[in-house]
Design a protein around this ligand. Structure first.
Ligand code: AMP
Ligand code: GLY
Length: 424
């Protein structure tokens, strides 16, 4: 099979790496890809929102399967564009990707189908939002832009003043453009966060192993929210009891709700959960693999991922026995100092060759580019260094050891990925 992957970050590198292990695959393309992906796939300079060009490329190269890694094209309807030309593609259609594309939609869905989540109200006028905050607000309170905002459209406001400023930022100043036309105002919850990814074929859902992200830029969860500075898998906080609760009230319930709404979901559902005192609650849904969760989940997956993708498309996921290794993995993101705000690019990266041919540690490229023989930094998040181990503590030690193998100017990482494990 010839496979095309759409995207160019660490997540897509991990997907491409896993696809490359499939016995069914002879050739991989990636649009646009990055320097790391180019070692295992042919990168083509087509942007993820250039649907016509992507479709034309898939036809010209007779691609057998296209896998969409990113949220924007899914929400924009890239799957519909491929299907309209009779091409096989993995991911939800536009009418199902709305599960991630509109937080107001997903909150209303959860309310309608009794799926546990924070209490909330949706607003499409700033005056109504402010009146609600003044009359009924309990602080801290959470404001969320309805649409996609690169993971940055969530504001946690400690006071009424902060919340009013937040409404202004999202709805009047339009910091995230039309994503802030509607906002969700919801109850602030506390607890540990867990990411659970799943494969879905419209009816059946198969869960992947759990993971935990570290979203803040600095140690001790300080600093700004980022795309994710590191992950570990499995999460020891995702106990059997939590699993049982989520299986009863959240996972299948979400798939069934989407079907009942005439929005059959095929692809990945990523459940962002918060484990509160009163039980697990859905923080958010994503309609794609997580980044950098994928970098720790896929190295632990035993199945041929292409078979699983095909089963989702064909509606035969019930016949797949999804299995994960009984081990652990940790990812430490190497970023450019200053991320997520201001940072420089274009520094030469050294030491990547130390990872070649290793099967217990890996480096997935997030923001890199080729410059002749050299590989240069080309983004805020540059690389994800991943190691496996028999348990989380070993995997973490291995991952931090492996970060020493790589060097570039302005290299920055968190030093406390998985620190929570010490208190277990
Ligand atoms: P989201 O994009 O919805 O996952 O939100 C980004 C981050 O904001 C989450 O990972 C949480 O850390 C935080 N967050 C979102 N919603 C809430 C909430 N209702 N209560 C507390 N924290 C929240
Ligand atoms: N790691 C969080 C996300 O992919 O949205």
């Amino acid at each position: 099979m010839k496979v095309l992957i759409v995207g160019g970050g660490g997540r897509e590198h991990a997907i491409a790496w896993k696809v490359a292990q499939s016995k069914k695959v002879s050739k991989i393309y990636c649009a646009p890809g990055n320097a790391g992906i180019s070692k295992i796939a042919e990168c083509v300079p087509i942007g993820p929102m250039e649907f016509d060009k992507l479709v034309a490329f898939a036809k010209e190269k007779e691609i057998d399967l296209t896998v969409i890694g990113m949220d924007d094209p899914l929400v924009g309807g890239v799957v519909d564009a491929f299907e309209a030309e009779g091409l096989r593609v993995f991911g939800p259609r536009k009418n199902a990707a709305i599960l991630e594309g509109s937080k107001a939609f997903s909150k209303d869905l959860m309310k309608k189908y009794n799926i546990p989540t924070a209490t909330y109200e949706n607003f499409d006028s700033p005056e109504a939002a402010i009146a609600y905050l003044e009359n009924e607000g309990k602080f801290p309170i959470v404001l969320k832009a309805d649409g996609l905002a690169l993971g940055k459209g969530v504001l946690i406001c400690n006071t009424l003043e902060e919340a009013k400023d937040g409404v202004k930022t999202l709805m009047l100043d339009k910091q995230f453009g039309s994503a802030g036309n509607t906002i969700v105002i919801e109850e602030f919850m506390t607890g540990r966060e867990v990411s659970v990814l799943s494969f879905v074929d419209g009816n059946t859902i198969k869960l992947m192993t759990s993971a935990q992200d570290h979203k803040r830029a600095k140690d001790n969860d300080e600093g700004l929210n980022t795309g994710g500075m590191g992950t570990f898998s499995p999460s020891p906080f995702y106990t059997d009891e939590v699993d049982e609760f989520c299986k009863k009230y959240i996972y299948q319930a979400t798939v069934d709700a989407m079907k009942a709404e005439g929005r059959e979901f095929k692809g990945i559902i990523f459940f962002g959960l918060m484990l509160t005192e009163n039980g697990p609650r859905v923080l958010e849904y994503n309609a794609r693999f997580g980044d950098p969760e994928t970098q720790v989940v896929l190295p632990r997956m035993k199945n041929d991922i292409v078979e699983v993708f095909e089963a989702c498309i064909d509606g035969t996921l019930d016949s797949i026995d999804l299995q994960f290794e009984d081990n652990a993995a940790v990812c430490v993101v190497l970023a450019s100092d200053g991320y997520p705000e201001h940072y420089e690019k274009g520094f030469k990266i050294s030491g990547l060759e130390n990872f070649e041919g290793k099967d217990d540690y890996f480096v997935f490229h997030a923001g890199t580019k080729l410059d002749g023989e050299d590989i240069l930094t080309n983004g805020g998040r540059v690389l994800g260094v991943v190691a496996t181990g028999n348990d989380l503590i070993t995997a973490r030690a291995n991952a931090y050891e492996a970060t020493k193998l790589i060097d570039f100017d302005n290299k920055y990482m968190r030093n406390d990925i998985g620190k929570a494990l010490d208190n277990m």
